[in-house]
Write a protein that binds this ligand. Structure first.
Ligand SMILES: Nc1ncnc2c1ncn2[C@@H]1O[C@H](COP(=O)(O)OP(=O)(O)O)[C@@H](O)[C@H]1O
Ligand SMILES: [Mg+2]
Length: 317
């Protein structure tokens, strides 16, 4: 059974449709990458799982089932119990997501204490152990410092420690390293993947970096314009991308044999703002395969491999 099942999720802001018909499963222990350019609805999807949509945003329909329980039907107190224990999230900005007034040790220990999993002394020691495991040198001393005394990279490691200390069943990581130097991004993500695997934690990894997806993900879900356009196992999706948008995304990966300083391939145009998404397929005004058929909405078809397109690339027999 899926650990997380999202079915036909729709989110609006007033009369604007921001997310529409998102369907996605995460199995226990699995790493699922949610990819797509900025503005495609990845963060809104993640926030609605956590029950953290801000004022003005509304979930219209759909189901989010975690561990067999419908999260929308769950009383706030019970959802709060889940958050930080079975369900944890890491945000993009390490420094602003940490409490500036609390030592990093206390913040890492917090979920153990709040959820009654350890007494303060044991929790403090577990936090120091966890800080060591995420690669923070001199963790006993560091645990007593405030986030502002640590670098951005160290704060991101603290966030990972805080999220993983309670061994959650699912970790949602929303572009967890984009604020960091590229040279340490991959290293920190690999560490997050390793610790999660050891604890049996599944990850929903949000990223626009297809290189990271290739490294860490088991399955991939591609979003565009608030909808899922394609999903499937990572090896298949990379070998035979079916949706024209997925094909474009894959061309953005820099290759080792590229000549140095070659300009990175950029996708023609940008994701238009939700007011300007066309009727039917939302990608059609940037797509070189678009036809009249695309004025109607394509459904997400298939089972293991799914694609929402009237003109997908042919799958080799
Ligand atoms: N509170 C809001 N009100 C109106 N539009 C919003 C709001 N939050 C996000 N959006 C819009 O919804 C779309 C999807 O946003 P988001 O989920 O943050 O995309 P991603 O994480 O893929 O970059 C974007 O066009 C964004 O501008
Ligand atoms: Mg985002």
């Amino acid at each position: 059974m899926s650990l997380l099942r999202i079915q036909d999720l729709a989110i609006t802001a007033g009369d604007l449709s921001l997310v529409d018909g998102v369907t996605l499963d995460v199995n226990p222990g699995e790493v699922v990458a949610l990819v797509g350019e900025s503005g495609s609805g990845k963060s809104l999807t993640a926030l609605s799982i956590m029950g953290l949509l801000t004022e003005g945003l509304e979930r219209q329909e759909g189901q989010i089932v975690f561990d067999g329980k419908d999260l929308a039907a769950m009383p706030d107190a019970q959802l709060q119990d889940l958050r930080g224990a079975d369900l944890a999230m890491i945000f993009q900005e390490p420094v602003s997501s940490l409490n500036p007034l609390l030592s990093v040790g206390e913040q890492v220990a917090e979920s153990l204490i709040v959820h009654g999993r350890a007494n303060p002394d044991t929790a403090r020691q577990s936090a120091i152990d966890m800080l060591a495991r995420v690669g923070i040198p001199d963790p006993t001393r560091r645990a007593q410092q405030l986030p502002t005394e640590l670098s951005g990279g160290m704060c991101q490691r603290v966030m990972i420690a805080a999220a993983l200390i309670s061994q959650p069943r699912l970790l949602i990581a929303d572009e967890p390293t984009t604020a960091l130097d590229v040279t340490i991004q991959a290293q920190i993500l690999a560490l997050m993947g390793k610790l999660a695997a050891e604890a049996g934690t599944a990850i929903l990894l949000i990223t626009h970096d297809m290189g990271v997806v290739a490294e860490l993900a088991d399955r991939v879900c591609v979003m565009y314009g608030g909808r899922v356009v394609e999903q499937g196992p990572v090896t298949q999706l990379f070998a035979t991308p079916l949706h024209p948008y997925t094909r474009m995304l894959l061309q953005t990966i820099p290759r080792l044999d590229d000549p140095p300083k070659r300009e990175l391939f950029a996708i023609r145009g940008n994701v238009p703002s939700p007011r300007d998404w066309p009727e039917g397929c939302r990608f059609r005004n940037r797509c070189d395969r678009a036809s009249d058929a695309c004025r109607t909405r394509p459904e997400l078809d298939g089972t293991t491999r799914r694609v929402a397109c009237f003109h997908p690339a042919e799958v080799p027999a």
